[in-house]
Design a protein around this ligand. Sequence first.
Ligand code: ATP
Length: 272
Amino acid sequence: MKIAAPSKINLYLRVCGTLPNGYHEIETLFLPLSDPCDELDIEFTEDGRGEISVSSDLPLPRDGDNLCGRAARAVCSALGITPSIRIFIRKRIPVAAGMGGGSSDAAAVILATQKRYGTLPDGGHAAALSCGADVPLFLHPVPSIGRGVGDRLEPVEGLHLPPVLICPMRFPVSTPWGYRHIKQTGDSRTLNDLLSALKAGNFTEASTFLRNDLAPALWDKFPILQIRRQQLLNAGALEVQITGSGPTLYALFPDEKTKESARRALAEIEAG
Ligand code: ATP
């Protein structure tokens, strides 16, 4: 079975506090993207041996150490089945980049396994959450508010979305690093303000409400992010923000034409 695993950006990410288990409570607006997306080949064999193998065209953790392996075990255990599953990931989503790639791959395995063997009463939510806070989003990848650790999801309808350009970096940032280095900045922008602007289709106003409480530490630590941000603004971006725990940047544009000319301008700068 072939299945695509979309990526995501966070148009808003407010850290509300720390939970007793050490996790952070957040309020976020997830925007799933079909580009970039990973492509998974998943092969099921009903031999009752429960052997799970995971490989990729990029050097990623293999088998049970890959989030896909964990997801396969979690969903099979919930379904009470023991097929052998072979998974191959064509990795297109930048790794450790704040785009949810591992989470999306895990959700793709849960969806594919349910398609083959039957849907769980909770749609696979518990199996997904056992693999990571961002995994449940990808079971139903539509623009959604995430609360709790990001797993209490509320789909949002009626948003007008501006053209978005993704600007990946060549270095990874681990999610725990991001959460260890949160800086208090007194940012008071609310999710409601952002949602109202997007519902009205006012992209200029929406771009003033992009917020990410994990971003200030990243802007400080990695000056290249500031440089890229400025290049994107010079190329016509309304605003540039970091997604999740970074370091990927995304830029909002007023229209497709400006976005495409910015894409070309950045490619030229990168080519040197
Ligand atoms: P998020 O935005 O959900 O916090 P991320 O996009 O920043 O995550 P991922 O690309 O999901 O980060 O990778 C995080 C770590 O998980 C990597 O360091 C990688 O070693 C490990 N990992 C395990 N399985 C996968 C997978 N299928 N794809 C990518 N990374 C994986």
